[in-house]
Design a protein around this ligand. Sequence first.
Ligand SMILES: NC(=O)c1ccc[n+]([C@@H]2O[C@H](COP(=O)([O-])OP(=O)(O)OC[C@H]3O[C@@H](n4cnc5c(N)ncnc54)[C@H](O)[C@@H]3O)[C@@H](O)[C@H]2O)c1
Ligand SMILES: [Zn+2]
Length: 366
Amino acid sequence: MQTVTVNLVSTPAQRGYPIHIGANILAQPELILDYLGQKRVAIVTNTTVGPLYLDKFRADLSVHGIVSVPIVLPDGEEYKNWETLNLIFDALLTHRCERNTPVIALGGGVVGDLAGFAAATYLRGVPFIQVPTTLLAQVDSSVGGKTGINHPLGKNMIGAFYQPQAVMADTSTLDTLPDRELRAGIAEVIKYGLIRDPAFFDWLESHVDALLERDNSMLIEAIERSCQHKAEVVEADERESGMRALLNLGHTFGHAIENAMGYGNWLHGEAVAAGTMLAAEVSRRMGMIDEGEVERIRNLYVKAGLPVIAPNLGPEKYLRLMGLDKKVQGGKMRFILLENIGRAAVHADVPAAILTEVLTECTADA
Ligand SMILES: NC(=O)c1ccc[n+]([C@@H]2O[C@H](COP(=O)([O-])OP(=O)(O)OC[C@H]3O[C@@H](n4cnc5c(N)ncnc54)[C@H](O)[C@@H]3O)[C@@H](O)[C@H]2O)c1
Ligand SMILES: [Zn+2]
């Protein structure tokens, strides 16, 4: 088992928290006993993950005398909303959960974001523990304290920064994850290499096949390195006033793709891969990375089974979905661009003409 620590200066009451990464650690609740303020916890999960892992987890907790209240939500991004959040509050209130009753999120990013927001707001905040079960959640969403829900007018528009007490990333749970979800998670792993770690990018070029084959030690290494990066970025900029924005490489384009194609048709990681190719091409045309580097990025995504060509929505629709339609007249726009493989920066000087060209020439009819 590996442990990465997130050290936060901005939340003195809660100096830091461990991220435990390893096979079968879900069967070791002793790792989290210190964080349980009482002999009762609420476990939030969904109708897919619950049947796979909930009973065993509850039984393992009960060995330590911990009683658990299960809260099983419907599965899907479309349920990341107020109605589902209220189901969590209903259950917490019905079972008279108290200020020191921890909420544990057992599932992917959707469960984590919902349960985290519930923990942040129930009784003005109760202890929270993340047990992420998708690769995306293990390398990204469970670390860093962003929680929240979607609004009909926008994704992740309502939420809170609320750090967990601990994260338990059990790589054995990835055995049941569908291939497509695994690949989508790899897109976020590649992102860390692209924005801040050229050696990790090299490592991924030679180990992505092993990740796709679910080689456990390789998965642990990829998750550990990803969590170290996420932790460092969050430590430096917990509330995203600067550096944390780099984690959104490819995401402005990606969100437009997800939104235009209908949520769920393109998985988030898939849209991020195709969106990052657009960002790479803008970077190349701005005189940053060269054609050879663009090719290396494309090849790694292809090897990971991720899409590299974004759908052709037309530049106008892209700009509208990216919230840039009003800014295009001004001529210059802000984007996260790649200066090298391993170095990203925010650039506020992207000419509208380059953006329009890339959105026209580097996309294909869906
Ligand atoms: N808070 C953050 O910082 C942050 C960062 C990135 C993404 N997110 C959010 O995360 C969400 C995406 O997360 P995700 O990719 O984990 O999607 P998800 O939570 O929808 O999980 C994907 C699918 O896999 C299933 N699943 C989960 N674990 C499984 C397992 N071990 N075996 C079999 N099936 C399993 C889920 O039930 C679901 O059907 C989005 O809502 C996104 O906004 C949040
Ligand atoms: Zn993402």
